[in-house]
Design a protein around this ligand. Sequence first.
Ligand code: SF4
Ligand code: SF4
Ligand code: SF4
Length: 707
Amino acid sequence: MHELTPVIAIDEEKCVNCHACIDACPVKFCIDGSGDTVSINHDLCIGCGNCIEACTHDARLITDNFTEFMEALGRHEKVVAIAAPAVASNFPNAYLNLNGYLKTIGVADVFDVSFGAELTVKSYLEYIKDNGPDMVIAQPCPAIVTYCELYQPELLPHLAPAHSPMLHTIQLIRTFFPEYSNHKIAVLSPCLAKRREFDETGLGEFNVTYKSIKKHLDDKNIDLKAYPELEFATPLAERAVLFSTPGGLKRTVMRENGTLESAIRKIEGPNTIYEYLEKLPEMVAKGMNPLVVDCLNCELGCNGGPGTLNQKKSPDEIEYHIEQRRKKMQGKYEKGAIGKANLKKIVSKVVNKYWKPGIYGRTYVDRSGSNKIRVPNNSELQEIYHSMYKFEEADFYNCSACGYHSCENMAKAIFNDLNKAENCHYYKHRTSELEQENYSRISEKLHLEIERSSSIVAGIREAIAGVNDKSQGQYASLEESSASVEEMVSSINNASKIATDRNSAVQVLVETARKGEKDLNDTVAGIEGIAKSVADVHEMINVINNVASSTNLLSINAAIEAAHAGDSGRGFSVVAEEIRNLSEKTAENARTISATLNTMISGITAASTKSKATGNTVTDIIREILDVADGLTQLTDSMHEMSIGSGQIIDAITNLKDISYQIKDSYTDMSTGIASMDEALSTLSTISNDNVGTLQGELAGKKPTLT
Ligand code: SF4
Ligand code: SF4
Ligand code: SF4
C-alpha cells in the first residue's frame, strides 16, 4: 500500500531501460534502475511528470481519474468541474465551448480556478500582512509541495499556509455554492501531482487531465466548436488567469501591490527549481532570500504541464492564448473601472465576497520519514567507486549518462540498490576495454595455439603419410607372407599326409614283425623240441650201445663157453659169433647214429642259438620300429597342429590384410580431414591475425571516450 497515490505508471513491455527518465527526474531515487526495466517507488515520486516527456519510448503513462470521472457521469452522479487556467492554452479559443460540452455530458457546472487563484493571492497577501514572514514559498504546484514534504521538510514552515488556487476553488464551491455541496468535484487539470493534493486535503474527487480530455474528444471525433460557449460559474477572474504561466502569480500580486516586485522571485523548471530550493535555507540563513518565491515545477508553467498537450509547443504560442484571455478578462473589469486603483478595488470587491479568513488555510505533512535513501560514508563510497572501476580522478566523468548528473549520485543509487555499475558509461567503456584486452590476450593465445595446431597437424599429416607407406609395405609383406605361409601349410599338409601314410605302413610293419617274431619263437620252440627228441634218441643210442656192449661181452663169454664145450659148443660158438657181430654192428651203427645225432644236436643247437639271436634281433627291430612309429605319430600330430596353427596364421594374416585395407581407407579419410583442418586453421589463422592486428590497433593509446 502506497502512502502516496501513484500518478505515473510504467509499461514494462515498452521500457528499454535507457534511464532517460532518471535523467529527467529531479529527485532520481524514486526510480529503481537496477533491473531490466525501471520501476518507481511511488512514495518517493513527487509526481512532477518530467519523466513522461523524457521517455521517447512511450513507456511512461500518466495515471489520472478520467475513466472514473466518465463512469460517475455514466451513473448520473452529481458532478461539478473546476478548470485550471491552463485550459485557455490547451483548448485555444474553445475553453468556454468545453464548458458547454461538459454540461451536455452531465457536469452540473464548471468553475474557473483562475478565480481561485485570485483568492489565493488574497490569502498570501493577508498572511504576509498579518504575520510578516521572512519568506513565503508559493504552493500552487503540488510537485513542489510533495518535494518539500519528502526531501526538504525544513522548507515546510515557509510554504504558504494557504491552499492552492484549485483548493481555493473547491473550498469556494463547498462554502458559497450550497447547491453543489454534495457534488463530486472533477478537477480539469494540467497536472498529475494534483491527485496527491486531493488525497492530503480530502478535497477533490477526480483529477482529469487536459490530455485525457483531448484524447477523448479526438477518439470520439468531437468538435468543441459544435457546443455552445458556457461561462464559468465563478465570478470573473482578472489577472490571475495568468497563474498557469511562469510569473503569473507575481503579475497578479503586482496588481495588488506594485512595491513587491523586487521581493518576488519567479523561478521554474525542474532543472532549476529543486537546486534553487536546496540552496534556499542557506539564503534564508544569510538573509538573502526573497519574500515570495513564485515557483512552478514545469518549465512552461502549468500551460505545459505533464497532463497537457503543450510540452512541445513554443512558449510564445502557449502564452499568446493566455495573454489573450488576460486581456479579455482585464478588459471586462476595466470597462467598469476608472484608473488602476479603481480596477484593483473592483477586483478586490469581487474577491473579498468569496474570501473568508480561515477557510482557505493549508497545513503540510512531513513525509521525510518515507525517504529511506541512505547516504554512504566515505569508505562505502570508495568501495562502490572501485566496483565501478573508478580509482582515480580521471575515472569520474560526471557525464550524466547514468541519469544522475554525477558519479557520486550514481554511487549513492548503487549503494541503495537502485542502480548497478553496469549502467555507468565509464564502467561500460572500461569493461569493454578490459574485455578487449582480455580478448586480445585470448586472440594472441589462440593465434599461437592455431600455429601450434597447424604444426601439429603438419606432423600428423607426415606421420599419417608415413603410416600409410608402412601400411602399404606391410600390406605387400602380408601378401607375400600369406603366399609363403599358404605354401608352407600346403607342404605341412603334404608332409603330414605322408607321415600319416608312413605311420600306417610302419604299423603294418610292426604287425608283420610281431608275426615274424612269433613265428621265430615258434621255430625256436620247434628246434628245441627237435633237440630234445634228438637227445632222447641219443639216450636210446647210449642204451643201445650199452646193450650192444653187454651183448658183445655176453657173446665173448658164450664163445669162450662154446670153445670149452668143444663140438657141442660149436653151434653155439657160431651163434655167439653172430651175436658178437650183431652187437659190434649195433655198436658201430650206434656210434654212427650217435655221431650223426651229435652233428644234428650241434646243428640244432646252433640253429636254436641263431634263432634266439634272430628272435632278439627281431624284438629289437620291432622296438626300433615302434620307436619310429611313435616318432611318426608325434610327427603327424605336430604336423596336424602345425597345419591348424598355420590356418590360424592365415586367418590372422587375412585379418591383418583387412585391417591394412581399412588403414588405407582411413588414411584417405584422414588425408581429407587433415586437408580440411589445414584449410580451417589457415582461415582461423588469417582471422586471428586480423583480430590481433585490429585489437592491437584499437588498444594502442585508446582511452574510453563519450559516444
Ligand atoms: S513524476 Fe517526477 S518525480 Fe516521479 S518519477 Fe517522474 S520525474 Fe520522477
Ligand atoms: S525513459 Fe525510463 S521509462 Fe522510458 S524507456 Fe527509458 S527507462 Fe524506460
Ligand atoms: S561516469 Fe558513470 S556514474 Fe559518472 S556520471 Fe557518467 S554514467 Fe554516471
